[in-house]
Design a protein around this ligand. Structure first.
Ligand code: NAD
Ligand code: TYD
Length: 337
């Protein structure tokens, strides 16, 4: 059996990856390590918690005595755990430095002495390139992060690279674009807008709504990770973009149309400080290995809307029942920016 450690596996992409990994690899034994912050919930792994090939451990990636034995027995590490919401990084940057930078450093230190380790997959982000006015970012482009989240992720990305270059840790760095799909925490734009629209509440669209994101379905991302674990070159960086460049205003209108809700629900909202205008990835490097995104954006968005309609059991306790979400929402969206 191949021992796989997934950090942040109770979050959005991590939980989709755990599910994908157990289904696709009968010879993998998966350990999820997750702190269960506000963004992680054991519920999200409801259908795999009892799988005999899956173990869930609640803990912090920054806890050295916990991660050392986990790394020592792992052949593959996929490191998703992070603080991930840009808006929260603007109102409280230090937790992002703590988890995304220091937490990654602790894991990498443990990886130095992990004799069985064959792959350490560092999940980075397209946001490390900063805002790109034209064209598409390539892996060799300069990194120009512009908010505390992307700056912390850039530090982790380069730290991971340094552990390859200096100590030979078998690191591969992955820079995916904006993911969407089931189990995404409803602070991120697609699940926030879908669930608000279901409830006929306002959709707080920042600024002029012209910002562009490149949307990647989480299932395409999971397939890309599989490929990179099997065939990616150690020490290399790979962009993984969905090839779906969409303006926020167009995304918002599509969500409203899919839910048969009026455009009068769009609520222009003061812009995010330092809001990156556009992200766009050149993914030719991973495409040369044989990966292509399979999910057309129209279908992926429709499936995602359907998933949120059919799975209120998952998101309604967060939006309606979790006092900390309510407090965040009220403070964040009421605040003039
Ligand atoms: P998420 O916020 O949904 O989940 C993060 C998970 O990490 C949660 O389960 C949380 O409990 C856990 N976690 C946080 N701090 C931890 C700690 N100290 N120790 C252990 N677990 C901890 O995030 P996501 O959207 O699934 O993102 C996963 C990764 O992918 C992140 O590294 C993120 O930077 C990266 N990424 C995300 C996107 C996107 O669109 N969502 C795009 C590109 C890259
Ligand atoms: P988000 O989901 O926070 O992802 P990221 O900032 O990491 O790309 O936001 C996606 C886009 O949607 C981004 O341009 C900001 C915008 N947005 C809004 O217009 N309103 C909102 O309430 C949120 C959360 C995001």
């Amino acid at each position: 059996m191949i021992e796989v450690l997934v950090t942040g596996g109770a979050g959005f992409i991590g939980s989709n990856f755990v599910r994908h990994a157990l289904a696709a690899h009968a010879d993998w034994r998966v350990t999820t390590l997750d702190k269960l912050t506000y963004a992680g919930r054991a519920d999200t792994l409801h259908d795999v918690l009892d799988d005999p090939r899956h173990t869930f451990i609640r803990g912090d990636v920054g806890d050295q005595s916990l991660v050392e034995p986990l790394l020592a027995r792992s052949q593959i590490v996929v490191h998703f755990a992070a603080e991930t919401h840009v808006d929260r990084s603007i109102s409280g940057a230090l937790q992002f430095v703590q988890t995304d930078v220091i937490g990654t450093a602790v894991l990498l230190e443990a990886a130095r002495n992990a004799r069985r380790l064959q792959r350490f997959i560092q999940i980075s982000t397209d946001e490390v390139y900063g805002s790109v006015a034209t064209g598409a970012s390539r892996e060799t482009d300069e990194l120009k992060p512009r908010n505390p989240y992307s700056a912390s992720k850039t530090a982790a990305d380069r730290l991971a690279y340094s552990y390859f270059a200096t100590y030979g840790v078998p690191v591969i760095i992955v820079r995916p674009s904006n993911n969407y799909g089931p189990y995404q925490y409803p602070e991120k734009v697609i699940p926030l807008f879908v669930t608000n629209a279901i409830d006929e509440k306002a959709l707080p669209l920042y600024g002029d709504g012209q910002n562009v994101r490149d949307w990647l379905h989480v299932s395409d991302h999971c397939r890309a990770l599989d490929l990179l674990i099997a065939r990616g070159d150690i020490g290399e960086v790979y962009n993984v973009g969905g090839g779906n460049d969409v303006r926020n205003i167009d995304l918002t209108r599509r969500i409203l149309a899919l839910l048969d809700r009026p455009e009068s629900l769009i609520a222009p909202t003061p812009d995010r400080p330092g809001h990156d205008r556009r992200y766009c990835l050149d993914s030719t490097k991973i495409q040369a290995l044989g990966w292509r995104p399979d999910m057309p954006f129209e279908r992926g968005l429709e499936d995602t809307v359907t998933w949120y309609r059919e799975n209120e059991w998952w998101w309604r306790p967060i939006k309606d029942g979790d006092a900390s979400f309510r407090a965040y929402y009220d403070a964040h969206y009421a605040r003039p920016r």
